[in-house]
Ligand binder design. Structure first.
Ligand code: CFM
Ligand code: HCA
Length: 547
């Protein structure tokens, strides 16, 4: 009833793009698609391509994807930003990833902000010496297990070789202190690489795989050993998942990278199974581990009570062990009463309400499950930087072709690493496929959305405003840059990145938190006061008569 008029998805698309110049409109049209509710007929969506300059995108940069996202939650790696101080400062603790060192004495550098603080002098004469000095200083102060270096835009522009510096310092420091092994590696994650955060994930994955995974063979004790890939402990999500796994008797060898320790990354290859929460940010590690170590992966999702139960069962089924299956069922049975009680109390108020979700590269999909548990419909959703496989499904779009694909489209993405794997891995993958080995796959977001809803890639401010005008959803989910513009339209806004200092939202306990939070937001009376009373009731408007 709040909807002004009922438009078809095609008409909505026209509305969104009608102000653009023809070339821009043509490109954006391919990034706005109607879902069909079925995998086979899911349309192709243009994604992972450059944002047109001038458009107010929601996206971030490659440095953010590498330093902030993938390595951000690592507590025992000293992460040094090589660049002007702003990049280090603005990526300092802004992502709300939490960590819990095993003892108060354990290493935890997450509260520090390490940067080379490059200035004009370093830009003109080069910053490599300053970087060496910073590494030595951090080493002398903390004697960490590892130091990582992150390149910002100017580093690439002036040509500092962070990898050469890393190699040299690793050799020097290990020679000077033979009793303490230090690992030092760099990332060429200059902000301008690629078209979004996504390139940074890829760069991060390649280096972690090359420099860290497989360093130690000391396995963890346990019968069912898994890694959790793509879970970053935002608002404490990983704590909830860790607790569930522990109660089921599943051993978590490592998490990439929420509440993580580098020692666990080093022995990640000793796990039996890789489970992937956020496919977009970490699929490269999963695939490389599948090829090199023969560890298969499955897609899991711990957002939503039903999905959490399904994911636990999926893990148990992989091991096929009766004892494990029984324990999983027991844990689910322990958790469900609280979920059902919460739903019974909020659902009468949330049923039938509508949502829009525009976030990163996986949450726009995962959080739809929570909304559907509350009886809410997702009208439109989209990712900032996901690729076609995240939208359309991996069976439709084999991952190996994703980067190559986008090279043929106008306005290309700059592929962060065209070689993608080293030659050896590439050959091994081909050999496995020739033997009939089937690599893991999963369903994308679009086939799971209702017919007639919209999927929109790389949404921008203009289109967000238009969507709100056309649909007036009961809630809009996105990030901090979008938050206040949306609220000014009188629509409640929930941040699905930082959770607006709420959470955790993962697992069963997280689901209960989320139901309560969304109920509070969509039923708040405050939104009706966004329009001032004198704008709503003309009789209150005073006219001033000068005569
Ligand atoms: Fe994966 Fe993430 Fe996301 Fe992501 Fe991100 Fe994030 Fe996100 Mo912000 S790794 S793709 S690059 S689930 S930081 S924890 S919330 S955009 S949807
Ligand atoms: C990033 C991090 C971010 C930003 C969140 C936001 C996060 O992309 O650099 O825009 O609100 O989750 O912290 O995605």
């Amino acid at each position: 009833s709040k909807k002004q008029k009922s438009l078809t998805p095609d008409e909505v698309r026209q509305e969104l793009i009608k102000k653009y110049p023809p070339k821009v409109a043509r490109k954006r049209a391919k990034q706005i698609q109607a879902n069909t509710g079925d995998e086979a007929s899911t349309p192709e969506i243009l994604s992972n391509v450059r944002t047109i300059p001038g458009i107010m995108t929601m996206r971030g940069c490659s440095y953010a994807g590498c330093k902030g996202v993938v390595l951000g939650p690592t507590r025992d790696i000293v992460n040094i930003t090589h660049g002007p101080i702003g990049c280090g400062f603005y990526s300092w603790l802004t992502r709300r990833n939490q960590t819990e060192p095993p003892t108060p004495e354990s290493e935890n550098y997450m509260t520090y902000c390490f940067s080379t603080d490059m200035n004009e002098n370093d830009i003109v004469f080069g910053g490599e010496n300053k970087l060496k000095q910073a590494i030595r200083e951090a080493y002398d102060l903390f004697k960490p297990r590892a130091i990582a270096i992150f390149s910002t835009c100017p580093v690439g522009l002036i040509g500092d070789d962070v990898h050469a510096v890393a190699r040299e310092m690793k050799e020097t420091l290990n020679k000077e202190n033979p009793d303490h092994f230090i690992n030092i590696f760099g990332f060429s994650c200059e902000g301008y690489k690629g078209v979004s955060q996504s390139a940074g994930h890829h760069i991060a994955n390649n280096q972690i795989f090359t420099h860290v995974i497989g360093l130690t063979d000391k396995p963890k004790e346990g019968k069912y050993k898994i890694n959790m890939l793509g879970e970053y402990n935002i608002g404490g999500d990983a704590f909830v998942i860790d607790d569930l796994l522990e109660r089921c008797g599943i051993t978590l060898v490592s998490t990439f990278s929420g509440n993580s320790s580098i020692h666990d990354f080093e022995r990640a290859h000793t796990a039996d199974l890789n489970t992937i929460m956020c496919h977009r940010s970490i699929n490269y590690v999963a695939e490389m581990m599948e090829i090199k170590y023969g560890i298969p992966w499955i897609k899991v999702n711990f957002i939503g009570a039903k999905e959490s139960a399904k994911s636990l069962r999926k893990i148990a089924q992989y091991f096929g062990d009766k004892e494990l299956m029984d324990r999983v069922e027991q844990v689910i049975a322990e958790e469900m009463p609280a979920v059902e009680a919460a739903l019974a109390s909020i659902k009468p108020r949330t049923e039938g309400k509508t949502a829009m979700l525009f976030v990163g590269g996986s949450r726009a999909h995962h959080y739809q499950d929570l909304f559907s548990e509350m009886g809410m419909k997702t009208l439109a959703a989209g990712y900032e930087f996901a690729h076609r496989d995240d939208y359309e499904g991996r069976r439709v779009i084999p991952s190996i072709q994703v980067d190559a694909d986008s090279r043929n489209i106008e306005e290309l993405e700059v592929c962060p690493d065209p070689t993608r794997y080293d030659k050896e891995l590439e050959a091994k993958k081909k050999a496995l496929e020739a033997q009939g080995y089937e690599f893991s796959d999963y369903k994308g977001m679009m086939p799971e959305m209702e017919q007639g809803t919209l999927s929109i890639d790389d949404l921008n401010q203009h289109e967000a405003d238009k969507l709100i005008e056309l649909y007036k959803p009961d809630i809009f989910c996105a990030g901090i840059k979008e938050k206040f513009g949306i609220q000014k339209c009188g629509v409640p806004m929930k941040q699905l990145h930082s959770y607006d200092s709420g959470g955790p939202y993962a697992g069963f306990k997280g689901a209960v938190n989320f139901y309560k939070e969304i109920d509070r937001l969509v039923n708040s009376k405050v939104w009706s006061f966004v329009k001032a009373p004198w704008n709503k009731n003309p009789e209150l408007t005073a006219t001033y008569n000068w005569e």
